[in-house]
Design a protein around this ligand. Sequence first.
Ligand code: SF4
Ligand code: MG
Length: 336
Amino acid sequence: PNPILQVRHLITAFDTEAGIIRAVDDVSFSVSKGETLGIVGESGCGKSVTALSVMRLLPRPMGHIDAGEILLGATDLTRLTPDRMSRIRGNRISMIFQEPMTALNPVHRIGKQISEVFRLHFPETGETEIYENALQMLRKVGIPEPEQRMREYPHQLSGGMRQRVMIAMSLACKPDILIADEPTTALDVTIQAQILDLIRALQQETGMAVIFITHDLGVIAEICDSVLVMYAGRVAETAPVRELFSDPKHPYTRGLLTSVPRLENRRKSRLRIIPGVVPSLYELPDGCRFQNRCPHAQPICGTQPPMNPVSGNHLAACHLSAQLPPVRKQHTEGAI
Ligand code: SF4
Ligand code: MG
């Protein structure tokens, strides 16, 4: 399949008082039409910064893309003027966030905010048509009594309803790519499941690609086709979802999988802690960034591991990926 988005050797850095840090350091991945790519890792591993880089929404002036390409078709988004990028954002690539309250404007009614999206991207559309489109989007995301909701303010809606409004707004322009950054984390389990089902249904209808950012491997197992595991700003492993769960070739991925709680609990669970801590981006070790937590570390791990191919689309950034002991079956049973 033809990738619709290709990120190549992306480096994103932040200027901070304590120095410059690379929050994303040489990250590559691609996603095709209709595909769902999961990006998983503990907090601070660079998932959100990767997404914000693609959207060109890094906090300015501290955050900047220092190297790499973000190709949407043939267009390199890193080279676009802010003006051209703003026409792509919300139109060809949309993003939904963990807490929709921060993305919705509290002082404007829901109807006005959805209409704004249409007005921005289709300025020649008439007001009646805009109203009808907005209403139709709210119906599509399963909001009851949409006429009434249009007149309400964000605080009058529940968290789940607000996230549906955000999804409606982000899909209003039929984007080619939807980036969802932990969109269900703040919601209770039942609502989480409904939102995942909704995203999946809308994706089937529109054929859009979805990049789903989460720390929840249960969610990955449920909705993703392929997975990118990030650790301390780098890619640890990438694979089709079934292969990642059945044959993980990076010790970090194995650690994440072992810590997945049992099936019946997984929806409300976060990643459990792997012993040790993620190294500070200010004091990264030479070589493999996982070495202080890795049960298999060897002297060679003091040099940067290459992305070793395991099979077709399966790569692992570990010196020992070919020599790791087989995974015990029960590691993955609960996960998929
Ligand atoms: Fe562990 Fe070495 Fe592989 Fe890093 S390269 S994950 S330290 S075995
Ligand atoms: Mg995040």
